[in-house]
Design a protein around this ligand. Structure first.
Ligand code: AP5
Length: 183
């Protein structure tokens, strides 16, 4: 089983759901930048206060803020990990590469979860998180297509990308992922 994985895909594709399962079953550290930022907002920290309005609009929090929290967690952890929701643009991908170089680690596999926008919107509207309103979902999808989707090509060129069909039940998608991982 690969030990250093990255989950890529649009909002609502099920990255968090599947990353949590895979990390739990394989004793990997699950690092979700969305969850970490929401925890900062809830705790009312300075970082959380800076991130809150940006997240509510469905835009990306500054690379510097996100990098600081990821760096802190990865530096303290020498075993396997699974990144979910990070990197989110080419700048973050480059910064992650530099950080991993310093830590003498590398990404082993990028799992791309694919699903049409209309299904993504339905899933998020049913969930009803603070940023799951129709207008904010539309904007998050735009941000994904403009800023995050270029990472697909980036990781494809590095020979790290594996696409997984994210349609179907949670169990079916887990099975698709396990099959692709050969576990
Ligand atoms: P983040 O928390 O990362 O949200 P997201 O990318 O918008 O992803 P979601 O959590 O909406 O979707 P997911 O793919 O994880 O799906 P999930 O498993 O939850 O980011 C939120 C915000 O934080 C960003 O907008 C940004 O402001 C900021 N941020 C985060 N990271 C950042 C970064 N690196 N840089 C800058 N800013 C950053 O599933 C969705 C729903 O569908 C759930 O209700 C789930 O139960 C359901 N579901 C899952 N799988 C299935 C299935 N197979 N069938 C039916 N329902 C399903």
């Amino acid at each position: 089983m690969k030990q250093r994985l990255l989950f890529l895909g649009p909002p609502g594709a099920g990255k968090g759901t599947q990353a949590q399962r895979l990390a739990f079953n394989n004793h990997l550290l699950h690092l979700s930048t969305g969850d970490m930022l929401r925890a900062e907002v809830l705790a009312g920290t300075e970082l959380g206060q800076q991130a809150e309005a940006v997240m509510a609009r469905g835009e990306l929090v500054s690379d510097a803020l996100v990098l600081a929290i990821v760096r802190h967690r990865l530096e303290d952890h020498s075993q396997g990990w699974l990144l979910d929701g990070f990197p989110r643009n080419l700048g973050q991908a480059t910064a992650l590469d530099s950080l991993l170089l310093q830590l003498n680690q590398s990404i082993e596999l990028v799992i791309l979860m694919e699903l049409p926008d209309v299904v993504l919107s339905q899933r998020m509207l049913s969930r009803g998180r603070a940023d799951d309103t129709e207008a904010v979902i539309r904007h998050r999808l735009e941000v994904y297509h403009q800023q995050t989707a270029p990472l697909i090509n980036h990781y494809q060129q590095l020979g790290l990308l594996m696409s997984v069909d994210a349609a179907g039940t949670v169990d079916e998608v887990s099975a698709n992922i396990r099959l692709s991982l050969g576990t």
